[in-house]
Design a protein around this ligand. Structure first.
Ligand code: C5P
Length: 247
């Protein structure tokens, strides 16, 4: 399918603690944004890459402009748009900038700057095979429990207690790029505009919105290399990956 990758990079990066947007943070001598962009282009899956940047960030915008020059003829069209207050708003901005004739959209977090090419291919292959929505995921290694605040009298013991334990064999940690038929993604984001603020705040990925519309979301194999750079520890892992197997 003729595909756009929407690369969302408009987050503040507060948890990384660099005092700058995460996409601008250095990684292996470049920025996180450039690693993400090069990964997308190297995978060869996209006719268009739509980068969603923090509003007014001239530095990141110039990086994209320079990269556009670098792209050979026949490379993807590089479009840059401003992000919004939430991740879903940023994705919607990207959807608004899709070029004509786009059949499929991959939504990818710039924070997953080291996603291997194989993951892009598995997602696109599932779309080509007929999926309306597909996400890459990896098995969960931790035991995952839901918790609830402890009753008032037990606060001295601990602030929260276990409410239940999910069966680990059925759990997956979900990554990006998440792939969609263009119309499926558009409809899901339109429907999301009707959510109550509390419901909207609980939306952490695009697949969730598609699930709400009742459409099947298929799962393909992700990669542990596709880590989401969120904390300073993740940055250490990412630097190590660049020196090691990916080097
Ligand atoms: O905040 P979170 O970890 O969910 O961010 C995931 C991705 O979404 C990051 O790549 C971040 O730059 C992007 N994002 C965005 N616009 C926002 C918030 C997050 O593009 N308002």
């Amino acid at each position: 399918p003729v595909t756009t990758v929407i690369l969302v990079a408009a987050g503040s990066g507060q948890r990384l603690g660099y005092g700058m947007p995460k996409a601008a943070v250095p990684l292996g001598g470049e920025t996180i944004l450039m690693h993400a962009l090069r990964g997308i282009v190297a995978s060869g899956v996209s006719s268009q890459v739509c980068v969603v940047l923090p509003e007014g960030d001239d530095g990141l915008r110039s990086l994209c402009d320079a990269f556009r020059e670098e792209l050979a003829d026949g490379g993807p069209l590089l479009t840059v748009v401003d992000g919004g207050p939430t991740r879903a708003d940023s994705v919607r901005q990207g959807i608004g900038a899709l070029m004509d004739g786009i059949e499929a959209v991959l939504v990818h977090d710039a924070a997953r700057a080291l996603t291997p090419e194989g993951v892009f291919h598995r997602v696109v292959d599932a779309l080509a095979a007929g999926a309306e929505a597909v996400i890459p995921a990896v098995p969960v290694v931790d035991t995952v429990k839901t918790v609830t605040p402890t009753p008032a009298g037990d606060h001295a013991v601990a602030p929260e207690m276990v409410a239940g334990t999910a069966a680990r064999e059925n759990l997956r940690a979900v990554q990006t790029p998440q792939g969609f038929r263009a119309e499926t993604l558009r409809r899901a984001h339109e429907a999301a505009q009707e959510l109550e603020p509390a419901e909207a705040a609980a939306v952490t990925d695009d697949a969730m919105l598609v699930e709400m519309t009742g459409t099947n979301v298929y799962v393909v194999r992700g990669s542990t290399q596709s880590l989401k750079i969120t904390t300073p520890l993740d940055l250490i892992f990412a630097e190590g990956l660049l020196e090691g197997p990916l080097g």
